[in-house]
Ligand binder design. Structure first.
Ligand code: TA6
Length: 354
């Protein structure tokens, strides 16, 4: 028993998964007690569970987060990209393309990346901005967050400042702090804080480009976007109103839903799993599936990969965000993956508020 926290701390990731699967309920109860008392007071005085800095198989730096039940998340310092989120059974919840290239330090097609300072491709900036292409640093001493309950969470704080090259195309100084955390219940949260340290106001758009793993896209239903207006990227961003009940997929979808409620659910019938995405500071939602034709046109995407994924991004796109000098913006998402013996009416009580 006592080995488990130490495995976690020392980064024995594979054996940790094996050990977690073999634990009885009583052992879990003991472990939780152990974490909330002994570990947190002897290792870290702020009650957080430790994170582990490691290198992936290609030698790139990666942060591993574990929770005491065996859920985990992996964050690449390159791109500040969350590349994996697993539940306590070791099941991967994020999609990574079967042709994703992990060998070069660039954005991997999959996972979750923060798109900043633009979502899409409007001007000289790269598609979805440069933040996901830069090397992030671990921020050892971030300013405290409003209402941040770090108890029992495993989390890492990352930081990005503009490179010389970025200022040529987007001449605004900023500090971008990203906290990725894994809670005791296995929920994954990303909190971005972007501060204007420029002499002038600036405007940006933003999205957490989130590739969720699903069993079969034809069996998936989205709830929480009914009756909303959306911009259709397949029709030159023309504005439409969603007519149907829950959204299902039968062909390519590439839309920005405007001003949605804080909760959107993805119901995966085959897996009997529901993802609930809760967002704050992010009025819009991007929904994307490339379907068969576009899949074949993407070099780093398998021809049939579209069947096992969809992107559902909490975003601020239509009006973007304007920050005056010295101002800071916060945008966050919390992702939960819960069994589908669940109805939409229960979304709100089952998820704690930010
Ligand atoms: O709306 C989502 C979208 O912008 C699509 O148009 C598609 O291009 C997709 O994102 C791809 O993004 P990625 O950066 O993952 O290639």
């Amino acid at each position: 028993m006592f080995l488990i926290p130490f495995c976690c701390h020392a980064g024995g990731t594979d054996s940790m998964e094996q050990i977690c699967k073999s634990l009885t309920l009583n052992q879990w109860a003991f472990l939780e007690h152990f974490y909330s008392t002994v570990c947190t007071t002897t290792w870290l005085c702020d009650n957080r569970a430790p994170f582990h800095l490691t290198k992936d198989v290609n030698g790139f730096e990666q942060v591993v987060l574990w929770n005491p039940r065996g859920a985990s998340a992996r964050v690449n310092l390159n791109g500040g990209q969350v590349i994996s989120w697993r539940n306590h059974r070791g099941e991967e919840l994020l999609f990574n393309s079967s042709k994703a290239n992990f060998k070069v330090p660039k954005t991997v097609r999959g996972g979750i990346s923060a798109c900043f300072p633009q979502f899409g491709k409007c001007d000289a900036l790269d598609q979805h901005g440069f933040a996901r292409k830069r090397m992030w640093k671990i921020d050892e001493n971030p300013p405290p967050m409003r209402l941040n309950d770090s108890r029992g969470k495993s989390y890492v704080d990352l930081m990005l400042k503009p490179a010389e090259e970025d200022l040529k195309y987007w001449p605004h100084s900023f500090e971008f702090r990203l906290q990725v955390s894994l809670a005791l219940d296995g929920n994954l949260s990303l909190v971005s804080r972007i501060r204007n340290i420029n002499g002038k106001p600036f405007n940006f758009s933003f999205a957490y480009h989130t590739y969720l793993s699903v069993s079969d896209i034809s069996e998936v239903r989205i709830e929480g976007l009914e009756t909303l207006d959306y911009l259709d990227n397949l029709c030159k961003r023309e504005r439409f109103t969603e007519q149907g009940d829950a959204i299902t997929f039968e062909s390519e979808v590439d839309r920005v839903y405007l001003s949605s409620a804080p909760c959107v659910a993805v119901l995966d019938h085959e897996k009997k799993r529901t993802y609930v995405v809760r967002k704050e500071g992010l009025p819009d939602v991007v929904l994307w599936n490339p379907w068969d034709k576009k899949s074949k046109a993407m070099a780093d995407f398998g021809d049939s990969d579209y069947k096992q994924m969809l992107c559902l991004d909490g975003a601020a796109i239509e009006t973007g965000v304007t920050l005056k000098p010295g101002e800071e913006w916060t945008g966050q998402v919390e992702l939960a993956a819960i069994p589908s013996s669940f109805c939409t009416d229960n979304i709100h009580p089952r998820l704690k508020l930010f």
